[in-house]
Write a new protein. Structure first.
Length: 252
């Protein structure tokens, strides 16, 4: 039994951003649900059409958190509605690209090779990159910052782990968090991101969300802590008071 209602996750259909979703609707273990219209996860916002900008403007976003690296942002600057929300850069530099180019140049890369590279990136999310996620959750918890959207390029890996941490903090069960993460495989098209010469198995592995990677990263993040509450306080700055305030803000 998943705990999610059938229409979840609620996707906002845009022409230039296929993976924009409301994190609302998921039920936490205390029986409350995540409020709609407060926190959104997305892929890159650089290809939005004029109609997309109008639709995005209706969300009333006050804050956009950009998890992309510096070169990614420079290659595809975000398009945002007017008046523009405050943009906060919390860069998590992509690490798969250089290693992938190396194995493509020096041998026949396989889907397994790509998943191994992604696993290294996910381990970094759960260890070295936790300060960026701590900053993201602090913004979500800050009065006046909501509605807030956070995104990377695909809205899949860096964004997926961030969503998983937030939903964990809200008390959403792991199996439901996993469903939200895997919804990228239904929504994100990823058109034009890979060269046409990319081997099909490599492309398939790169373009998909992989549940074992998310589970392993969450387990890595939690390792060494007595329980989830201890992890949330030590790693993400959510002591009992801040956690209760976050949940009261986002749950109903």
């Amino acid at each position: 039994m998943s705990g999610a209602v059938p229409e979840l996750p609620r996707r906002l259909a845009l022409e230039g951003c296929t993976n924009l979703r409301d994190l609302g609707g998921y039920r936490a273990v205390d029986g409350r649900r995540v409020r709609f219209g407060l926190v959104f996860r997305a892929s890159a916002l650089g290809a939005l059409t004029e109609a997309d900008l109008l639709a995005l403007g209706r969300l009333g976003l006050r804050t956009v958190c950009d998890l992309r690296g510096e070169r990614e942002r420079a290659r595809m600057p975000s398009r945002l509605p007017d008046p523009a929300p405050d943009v906060v850069s919390l860069p998590i530099e992509p690490t798969v690209g250089a290693s992938l180019r190396d194995i493509l140049e020096h041998g026949q890369a396989t889907g397994e090779d790509v998943v191994s590279l992604l696993a290294e990136a996910y381990r970094a999310y759960a260890t070295d990159k936790l300060p960026q996620y701590r900053a993201l959750l602090a913004l979500v918890a800050e009065p006046g910052r909501l509605p807030l959207a956070f995104h990377c390029t695909a809205g899949k890996d860096r964004t997926g782990f961030g969503a998983a941490l937030l939903l964990t903090a809200l008390g959403v069960p792991r199996e439901v968090i996993r469903e939200d993460y895997l919804a990228t495989n239904r929504f994100w098209t990823g058109s034009g991101l890979l060269p046409p010469t990319t081997p099909p198995a490599v492309a398939e592995a790169l373009m998909r969300a992989h549940a074992p990677l998310l589970d392993a990263a969450l387990d890595t993040a939690l390792a060494g802590h007595a329980d989830t509450a201890a992890f949330l306080e030590a790693a993400l700055g959510l002591d009992a008071r801040r956690l209760a305030a976050l949940r009261d803000s986002l749950l109903e």
